[in-house]
Design a protein around this ligand. Sequence first.
Ligand code: NAP
Length: 282
Amino acid sequence: MTDRYGVIGHPIAHSKSPIIHQLFAKQTKQDISYEAFDIRPDDLDKEVRRLVKDGLRGFNVTVPHKEAIAELADVLVGQALRCKAVNTVTVAEDGTLAGDNTDGLGLLRDLRRNLRVSLAGELILILGAGGATRGIVPALLEAEPAELKIANRTSERAELLADEFGEYGPVQACTFDALEQQPFDLVINATSAGLRGETPPFPSSIIGPDTVCYDLSYAMSETPFLSWAREHGGENLYQGWGMLVEQAAESFMIWRGERPDTEDVLRRLRRPPDKLALAVPG
Ligand code: NAP
């Protein structure tokens, strides 16, 4: 019998998760289906109960539900225990929900394994202090950077995260204009400003020629943050496609006990939409 999985969010039409999991299923010869469910915040509890009743075996969680599902889950496991945000839920036989978070592991895997970026002993800056930052900070601290700085437009949100995660490693908070006049080894853009074509007023001194600039956002063309980084001398520029596929592979591993190969899926996903349609299992 086909096992059902899915992703919940609002909005959700843009999600690449269905196509990624279909490619994983085809590659590993697993009989699963994977659908996208648009659920409004007010309906979250009721709709999740309905999906569980309908027999869903697990689901991914995206904006804006990651923190709400951490509250709703019966138990938190893995990285979710630390970050208190959930992107992967496993439904047990008795209907109980176990919430995990694979965003941090997905990012680490892309940086270290795919892009060969070292993190131990490095100066890391995260721009933004929303749900994505919450998901990746504990994993980044486990990689033992010399320092992890979180800069955000609303300084209180960055301070909250720095306070909460301070016990796991050297993490500090500040505003964009208070950033020291020094290039970082790695700058991660975790703001959503690029979705509206904007680039916040980051000081250009954060980027040097050796800085690795990683944008969690991804697009078929260059993202606004990476265009900005290039204009200010950045040479090592990466979009979040790799994190997207790697976090999905971690979820698939949790559900199916098998980690799919990500290289081929990543290559297919970056093709223009008309070509991608040809790559989906038939
Ligand atoms: P979120 O919770 O809504 O947080 C948005 C963040 O962006 C906040 O820190 C916010 O600052 C900041 N921001 C928004 N507009 C801004 C502007 N004009 N100027 C300065 N700062 C601005 O979103 P999220 O879930 O953290 O997601 C952030 C980004 O990561 C999104 O683009 C998302 O698509 C991407 N993402 C990618 C992956 C992947 O697998 N590649 C995974 C997760 C997320 P304030 O606190 O001041 O409002």
